[in-house]
Design a protein around this ligand. Structure first.
Ligand code: DUC
Ligand code: ZN
Ligand code: ZN
Ligand code: ZN
Length: 479
């Protein structure tokens, strides 16, 4: 039985090792890894790295907002952008609006996504309304149908859960073996600081960073960890921004608690000073996200955590809003100009995640190639129930492969990106290392940064997280 495709002469990289080999594909899966393979079609990968396709486990697409602003990417444009950036799977959120049935919410997101995706996709649920019906019936049924992870928020008026609700959700997650992702920022502390800053007339986007203080993130991180310990539940603290919350995660790990952690490009490539804009002006809104970028000390802590295994996951938290309109639906809208509190929270990054971590991490010698693959593909697959179909280069796995030129140097430019946003917070950043071809189940979905026209992605039901498989923290630490 002949191979459909052979990727010849590249350096295969996994979370464990790297070696020169040909990779053979048949029927959309990896069928052989070896030497001198032949097939109907051949791609020359000489000088290139052959990586398992990127898995971006934290992406927001086509979510409604409560204030009339509009997310800049739907499932078509967001996954085109992801494919161009070397990703083969993304995990966006299906956001429950309060009062909405969870099943209706999921069906709504399937309507938005089905037939339009350029990468494979699967949904995390956002639980904003843990009613008895949701906790008792809908959530257990959905976990059994393959929606095996969900996110809870400790802040935002329309999403925040109180401690009793968090504990209730955690109980259901433990019973159903679902992985909970926690947005850990203390709601009351943020509200207090926001009111004080506004009373002082400090309303520019820069002050968003002060209102969302790292202390409030640290406190909520510890509170989430304590609640998870009470219930004996593994959790993921998502978008960890700096040293203070990291210390809480390390404190928990040292006690054997099953706390996993994610960080994002904005916490290594941006700082609070970016929110100043040109001269404390509204340009800073282009960098407003939550938690916000911190200082260079936190950046150094994040790098240490990426190396030492404090972080399992490096995701984009792609949450795109245009800067300009149309019709006041972007960041630069009249209400947002009155106070940072009204600036939509979120920045784009699904297309630039892999180049930024590769360049700042691998090319600059801060992390190994193996760590890069673990953080961006293998660990997301393992923690979110997609392994070994996704996240590895092994016989039997889906042939989701990113051919990577490790020496190509480029500048990130909005003009070259495929997202629906009208700016990138990383404009002008020079990166070394770039995806030159992205293959989903053996078929090209992007070439040299240009996505293919046809959407070939499918929806992925997921299994139980490996976080439930092992005692203690679980994922093997890096060598
Ligand atoms: N949380 C996210 O995960 N993304 C964007 C904004 C937010 O608060
Ligand atoms: Zn969040
Ligand atoms: Zn972990
Ligand atoms: Zn997010």
């Amino acid at each position: 039985t002949a191979l459909d495709l052979v990727i010849r002469g590249g350096t295969v990289v996994t979370a464990a090792d790297s070696y020169r080999a040909d990779v053979g594909v048949r029927g959309g899966r990896i069928a052989a890894i070896g030497d001198a393979l032949t097939g109907a079609e051949t791609i020359d990968a000489d000088g290139l790295l052959v990586l398992p396709g990127g898995i971006d486990a934290h992406v927001h697409l086509d979510q409604p907002t409560s204030d009339g602003t509009v997310m800049a990417d739907d499932f078509a444009s967001g996954t085109r952008s992801a494919a161009a950036g070397g990703n083969t799977t993304v995990l966006p959120f299906a956001l429950q609006i309060r009062g909405q049935s969870l099943r209706a919410c999921v069906e709504d997101y399937h309507r938005k996504a089905d037939g339009r995706c350029h990468t494979d996709v699967s949904f995390h649920l956002i639980i904003s309304d843990p009613s008895p019906q949701v906790l008792g019936q809908e959530l257990p049924a959905l976990v059994r149908d393959g929606y095996t992870s969900f996110k809870v928020f400790m802040t935002y008026d329309d999403l925040v859960l109180n401690d009793a609700q968090l504990l209730d959700v955690f109980e259901v997650a433990r019973r159903e073996r679902a992985l909970v992702m926690v947005h850990a920022e203390g709601h009351d502390a943020i509200k207090h600081l926001t009111r004080r800053l506004e009373a002082e007339g400090r309303t520019a986007p820069y002050y968003h960073g002060q209102a969302h203080a790292q202390i409030a993130e640290r406190e909520a991180t510890h509170r989430a960890i304590s609640h998870a310990q009470l219930i004996d539940l593994p959790i993921v603290i998502v978008h960890v921004s700096g040293r203070e919350p990291m210390e809480q995660i390390q404190w928990a790990r040292a006690r054997g608690l099953k706390v996993h952690a994610e960080t994002c490009p904005q916490y290594i490539a941006l700082t609070a000073d970016d929110l100043r804009g040109l001269n404390m002006d509204f340009e800073g809104a282009k960098y407003v996200c939550s938690p916000p970028p911190r200082d260079t000390d936190s950046q150094a802590a994040i790098w240490q955590g990426l190396r030492d295994g404090t972080f399992d996951l490096f995701s984009s938290d792609h949450c795109p809003f245009r800067f300009e309109g149309p019709a006041d639906t972007g960041k630069n809208n009249p209400r947002a100009r009155t106070s940072f509190r009204w600036v939509p929270n979120g920045i784009p990054g699904v297309e630039t995640r892999l180049p930024i971590l590769f360049s700042e991490g691998v090319s600059k010698g801060r992390i190994t190639l193996q760590r890069f693959v673990a953080l961006t593909s293998t660990n997301p697959a393992r923690l979110y129930g997609l392994y070994p179909q996704k996240g590895s280069i092994a016989v039997g796995a889906d042939a989701d492969l990113t051919l990577w030129n490790p020496t190509l140097t480029r500048r990130i430019r909005q003009a070259d990106l495929n997202h629906g946003c009208d700016y990138t917070p990383y404009e002008g950043l020079e990166v070394t290392g770039w995806p030159v071809r992205t293959l989903l189940r053996g078929r090209a979905i992007a070439l040299d940064g240009v996505p293919m026209a046809e959407p070939t992605g499918t929806y992925l039901p997921r299994g139980t997280s490996e976080a439930f498989a092992q005692a203690g923290h679980g994922l093997a630490p890096p060598p």
